[in-house]
Each structure stands twice: as C-alpha cells, then as structure tokens.
Design a protein around this ligand. Sequence first.
Ligand SMILES: O=C(CO)[C@@H](O)[C@H](O)COP(=O)(O)O
Length: 217
Amino acid sequence: MVMVKVAPSILSADFSRLGDEIKRLEREGADWIHIDVMDGVFVPNITIGQSVVKSLRPFTALPFDVHLMITKPERYVKEFADAGADYITFHQEACGCIPSVLDDIHSFGKKAGLSINPETPFNTIEPYMDKIDLLLIMTVHPGFGGQAFMSECLPKVAEARRLVDENGYCMEISVDGGINYNTGKTAVSTGASVLAAGSAIFKAPDMKMEISRWHDL
Ligand SMILES: O=C(CO)[C@@H](O)[C@H](O)COP(=O)(O)O
C-alpha cells in the first residue's frame, strides 16, 4: 500500500513569516508544500506570485506543489518553473491550450498537474490522463480556505482512480478543499493519493500528530 501524501496549503499559514512556516511544515512531517497562486480574476482572491515562491525555495527541499488559479496560465509556466516549483498545476477552465501547456511544463523538467472545479465534468480532462503527473480535484469552489468539503466531487475521484488503475498511469490524484481527517479518509478510500489542506493542518492542536495520522489513512 502506498502512503498518502500530505500537502499542507500555506494559504492558512502566517503570511508575515512564511519561511518559518515552511520549515515548521517540514519538521512536522509534511510531504509537499501546497502553494495557492490566485490572480483575482480566475478566482475572487489574490495571493502570491512567482517572486514569493522563489524567495521561499531556500527554506526547504520538499516539493513545491504550485496550484495556479489564474487565467491563461500559459503566460507564467516559465516564471514558476524558474522560481522552483516542482509540480505546476493549472485549471482546465482557465486554459484553451491544455496540451501545449502540459508540454511546456514538462520541457522545464517539471511535473504537470491539471485541476478541475467542482462543477466541471470529469470527461473534460479525461483526454489528458496519460499526459499528466497530477490530477487536482477541487472539493470546494476555489478561492478561499476554510470552506466545507463538497462530497458531490467524490465520483470524479473514483473515476480517476479507476482509469489510473486500469491503464497503469503514473500519476497522483489530489483532493483540495475542506479536507480534514474525516473527509480525507473518505477521499483516500475513494482513490485520492494526495491530501491538500490548509485549515485542518494549521489549526490542529498538534500538527505533527495530525499529519502522522493522515499518513495512516
Ligand atoms: O486551493 C484552495 C482554495 O482555493 C485550497 O488549497 C485551500 O487552501 C484549502 O484550504 P482548506 O479548505 O483546507 O482550509
């Protein structure tokens, strides 16, 4: 059995000391650092850009799982690759040239991820399943932390897992939004291999213990 990866979202971190927060996540057992990049257009919130990602890179060797919630992500692949992203994930809904963006990400030696919003049907990303390294299934409407998990997104997780297992695709299935121990457990039993979570990790009374029990899901 493969261990679940825990990818804490620094959207819930203290932005005045992000470097320390990242070092803390590494100490407490995180597998990846999930970085939410929002442009105020694709989603109604603005967060961080490539220069912040670059300035955080020296704080850890953990993979940076950069989730681009921006329109026309093709404009910024090189910037985030140069900034030190390991996974660059963009949205199906934000991009009219998915195959070329996937190629672009791979050409920089990075892992390519594709994400879908709760209302987006699974069949819109199905043609790319053999070309992606990560499928990020949103389990809230993107833009903000602290929202409630949308269980209606779980059939997409199940469908993705079925296709991965049947075809032997080498990719991670991540869920993002409203993930806590209980919703994470449901998502993992449905087929997720990565749990991206902000509130539940940063608000946990004992972050190390919380991450550790998620590893056992
Ligand atoms: O991408 C997003 C929100 O758009 C997420 O990564 C949030 O950061 C998750 O926060 P919680 O729902 O876990 O608080």
